[in-house]
Design a protein around this ligand. Sequence first.
Ligand code: GDP
Ligand code: IMO
Ligand code: MG
Length: 434
Amino acid sequence: MSNIVILGAQWGDEGKGKLVDLLADRFDYIVRYQGGHNAGHTIVIGSKKFVLRLVPSGILHPGKVAVIGNGLVVDPLALYEETGQLEAAGIDVQNQLRISNRAHIVLPTHRLVEKISETVPGQVAIGTTLRGMGPTYEDKAGRRGLRMADLLDRDHLEGALRTLIANHVTRARAFGVEDAINTDEIVARYTEAAERLRPLVCDTAYLLSDAMRAGKNLLFEGAQGTMLDLDHGTYPFVTSSSACAGGASTGTGVPPTKIDAVIGISKAYITRVGGGPFPTEALDGKGDLIRNRGHEFGSVTGRPRRCGWFDAPLLKYSATLNGFETMVVTKLDVLDELDEIPVCVGYKIDGVTTTEMPATVRELARAEPVYQILPGWQSITEGISDWDQLPEAARNYVLFLEDLTGVEAGCISTGPERTQTVRRAGSIFEKITA
Ligand code: GDP
Ligand code: IMO
Ligand code: MG
């Protein structure tokens, strides 16, 4: 029994929600460690579909404890809306959800500040989800943010809210960004939200430490993906948190020595939402085919996802940073119709071929992918759950990705549902999730 991190190996939306839901029955606590309601993790159970933003996907399993760690930024109003939907679906949120008292608070005026970078000419527009993530993490690093513990401090809250809101409005005005802000209303709504959330807030580092001492297992649920990590991703076209495996420790207070393994989730191709370089982007009809077959539209903003081919240098970089030896290859079924499938085996940058990820987006934008073309299988893999039942060309495609990246494909996903999953017998995946 062990503590495992599940994270996105690419630019997000790899199918983390499905895998967390699939594996949650083997764990006691499912813990988010970064991000906020910029995430959208989709879980399909029969005819029911859930899209979880802030709440860890494991909450759908009765009796499991879902933890929002200190590394998250929490919009109390968005959280309240999400917990309301879960309660309406019969989930015991009061007993199953716990929120760190050190998680930072997102205010409506964080979204106002975000308009500076996203809409003012001359700034670098990232194409964010406009959920106030970046500015909230800026306030955290700038040591002026508000945390859950402050939200619950009745004597302190109003003054702290007014000070931070005034700071945001002043900064926005300096860039010519104006919006109708009703400070009294924000204070009233956040004061009310605080009372509703109070029973769920605690020191989750102690909670998880006690749980581990009692022999419980933890599943860490990453949001976004490695290439959106603030330090290691395609900066500045990244999110503002630590999506890589290291974030599981700093974002929860669980020591790195207690984390036993990491599983990377990767699509059989790749997508990206928002701006930034994307060497293997398919701007032709095949990109459209993937988008339509894969329903590649953002689960938070509805934006069409940019689609492209599997990028081996990127995946290897991701495995290096996160230390995963096994990956889940999702959405294999989306490629079913293709007669041939390009796979990026390296980049040519300024005439030099490399398999390493460059540090600047300028270099990455100049990278020309070197492709190897594999034959497609042109038959239906959707729903297949047995490796031997996959068409030979599909098995060869997966084996090629393994060879190229040095990472085992211990599990393959062939549809959104739990049952639409191939688990490879004798794999590291099987061993660490047993
Ligand atoms: P996450 O953010 O990583 O949890 O991923 P999203 O939920 O944003 O996007 C993944 C989408 O693909 C969701 O709509 C899933 O239901 C769906 N999905 C997951 N695995 C598969 C798969 O193997 N095949 C197909 N066709 N859809 C999948
Ligand atoms: P899940 O967890 C895909 C992208 C945004 C933008 C950049 C910064 O569902 O995989 P932000 O609002 O975080 O400041 O935006 O990051 N982004 C995601 N892309 N999946 C996500 O989450 C994302 N969360 C943020 O599109 O490019
Ligand atoms: Mg998503």
